[in-house]
Design a protein around this ligand. Structure first.
Ligand code: MN3
Length: 207
């Protein structure tokens, strides 16, 4: 059985940028639903519990036919939300740190330039999905978008940073104003957590 990761902040810990009611609903209703649906699907193929969630998502195309779409929807939803929530919090730094910071500056010239491009990718997701900063197989940083709960891991890319732009991530606070949500989201990206997750993922995930 997979489990929800414990949030490293309280529900109101991201206010005023993201409200307590949004975080609580997103985590206890949406994230929980993805988790429960994933676990229900895996009951049919218990051997998959021996794999990590990263391996299951990476190998999404090889999953048994009867749970293929459950893995795409709920496995992706579970893993993407783990990343999304764990990358938020109160940051000591307002700009990227460590190797992530270095690679962002090298690739996009400056953090400000990266911020512009990433914001425009997030705004440009049509319907529900995510914008990502990923590391591709050649170790290059790239900005990408995915639809629904698709995950870069299924495309041979290591997730570095993500923003959930499904309406449930911001509708309670901002109605349909995605631009306002994105602008506020930048204030609650925890750059130390982003760096920590990157170091962990690039050593543990085998693409
Ligand atoms: Mn969501």
């Amino acid at each position: 059985m997979f489990e929800l990761p414990k949030l490293p902040y309280s529900y109101d810990g991201l206010e005023p940028h993201i409200s307590a009611v949004t975080i609580e609903t997103h985590y206890t209703k949406h994230h929980q639903h993805y988790l429960d649906s994933l676990n229900k699907a895996l009951e049919k193929h218990k051997y998959l519990y021996k794999k990590s969630i990263e391996e299951i998502i990476r190998d999404a195309e090889d999953m048994p036919d009867d749970i293929y779409w459950d893995i795409r929807k709920f496995g992706g939803g579970y893993y993407n939300h783990n990343l999304y929530f764990l990358m938020l919090g109160k940051s000591k730094n307002s700009t990227p740190v460590g190797d992530v910071g270095k690679k962002i500056s090298e690739t996009f010239e400056s953090f400000e330039e990266f911020k512009k491009l990433f914001t425009s990718a997030a705004l440009g997701v049509f319907g529900s999905g995510y914008a990502w900063l990923v590391e591709d197989k050649n170790k290059n940083f790239r900005i990408t978008k995915t639809k629904n709960q698709d995950c870069p891991l299924s495309y041979g890319q290591i997730p570095v940073l993500c923003i959930d732009v499904w309406e449930h991530a911001y509708y309670l606070d901002r109605k349909n104003k995605r631009a306002e949500y994105i602008e506020n989201w930048w204030n609650v990206v925890n750059w130390e957590s982003v760096e920590e997750l990157y170091q962990k993922n690039k050593t543990t995930i085998k693409l």
